[in-house]
Design a protein around this ligand. Structure first.
Ligand code: AMP
Length: 397
């Protein structure tokens, strides 16, 4: 057996997938919710079988990992006989800072660096580390690998990752563009080259459009630029995040509204984007529905979002010195036919031609541009878990 277990921990959740790397199929997956709070629950899913639910108090991530391993090896609902049937465990980690720039096997140094990066990823890194330690405790001796969301962006050159602020802040605090959704951008840019049969050094722009949204420019799967920055707040208009704003806006609003910078950041992270502009919802489907009914707020939100995506694509074409392919991915990118069409229509002056029939597709790898389009456009569903599993297999061998 060649199974890799992939773990993605949040502060009160643990998501897992067991992937058979011989055929890259998911053997089982599950979610532990409400860790450390009342109503802890594990839902274990095996393709073709009924869900298996365990409702037990789970006080921490170690209890959650223990429940996950019990479900995976359960006599009735399990998919493996023992933990020996797991080759290695791959963990998604948000931030590796500037010290950990590649996926790597876990050791004490790696855990120390993840800890050092707590203030760069305060919501994610502590939970990610708890997941690693929970697996070390419940599956002793098993190789653990970490795959960072920042790895893809660490490939950028200085001219792309530096902010034009006093250089001492980079030297003292490592303030730079890191980029997020890196595992997704890495996976989708590589799959686009493979699926599209493009040359190995193809110039690809990936639009990861979900509740969080980001865009990347890469050559041969190596990042040249990406829209998220020191944190996942910069760049595109997202569900609740503003993306780019003039930093002076923050001071102006703080003074006028008598709020502090923390409250302001909360507004930019949680109350802005589609939600803030529309006043309706952070969910693209809700906003589009209201737009179709003629709601002015919804129209404005969708227009700003689409305009910003187009602007970034244009900038990234210049950054790359051309473009062989554009790929759409994540919730909106994989499902929203009309947004893909609108974005591509804005690029028609560059010879981008969308094929309406090919574009009438959801969640499936497909070429969606016409045969004579100057730049190929693809729908490539993202699969971060598979990317993590591939990296884990490579490093654990
Ligand atoms: P994600 O964060 O990748 O799960 O994506 C979530 C976003 O995808 C939400 O804004 C959803 O409204 C959007 N989405 C999911 N399905 C559809 C759909 N069929 N049409 C339009 N948007 C969708």
């Amino acid at each position: 057996m060649n199974n890799i277990l992939v773990i993605n921990c949040g502060s009160s959740s643990l998501k897992y997938q067991l992937i058979n790397m011989d055929n890259e199929e998911v053997v089982a997956k599950g979610l532990v919710e409400r860790i450390g709070i009342d109503g802890s629950k594990l839902t274990h899913k095996v393709p073709g079988k009924d869900d298996y639910v365990i409702e037990n108090p789970m006080k921490d991530h170690s209890d959650a990992a223990n429940a996950m391993f019990s479900a995976l090896t359960d006599n009735t609902h399990g998919v493996i006989k023992s933990l020996d049937d797991i080759s290695a465990i791959g963990h998604r980690v948000l931030h590796g800072g500037i010290k950990l720039t590649e996926s790597t096997l876990v050791d004490n140094h790696v855990k120390d660096v993840i800890r050092e990066c707590f203030d760069l990823g305060p919501l994610h890194n502590p939970a990610n580390l708890m997941g690693i330690e929970a697996c070390e405790k419940n599956a002793p001796g098993k190789k653990n690998v970490v795959v960072f969301d920042t790895t893809f962006g660490m490939g950028m050159e200085e001219k792309a990752y530096l902010y034009a602020i006093p250089y001492e802040y980079y030297e003292k605090y490592s303030i730079r563009r890191y980029g997020f959704h890196g595992t997704s951008h890495m996976f989708v840019s590589r799959e686009t080259i493979k699926f599209g049969n493009l040359k190995p050094d193809a110039k690809v722009i990936v639009c990861h459009l979900g509740n969080g949204a980001s865009i990347s420019a890469s050559v041969g799967g190596k990042c040249v630029d990406t829209s998220m920055g020191l944190t996942p707040l910069e760049g595109l208009v997202m569900g609740t995040r503003s993306g780019d704003v003039d930093p002076a806006v923050l001071q102006y609003i703080c003074n006028k509204e008598k709020i502090d910078i923390n409250e302001m950041l909360n507004i930019l992270n949680k109350k802005s984007g589609l939600l803030g502009l529309s006043g309706i919802s952070s969910d693209c489907r809700d906003v589009e529905l209201a737009y179709e009914k003629g709601d002015a707020g919804a129209k404005r939100a969708m227009e700003v979002m689409k305009y910003r995506i187009g602007k970034y694509i244009g900038a990234y074409m210049v950054a790359l010195g051309g473009c062989d392919a554009i790929a759409f991915t994540a919730g909106i990118g994989e499902n929203d036919i009309s947004i893909r069409e609108a974005i591509c229509n804005n690029l028609s002056f560059l010879g981008v031609k969308i094929d309406k029939e090919r574009n009438n597709v959801r969640g499936k790898m497909q070429l969606i541009s016409t045969d004579d389009s100057k730049i190929k456009v693809f729908l490539i569903p993202t699969n971060e878990e598979l990317m993590i599993a591939r990296e884990t297999l490579r490093l654990a061998k």
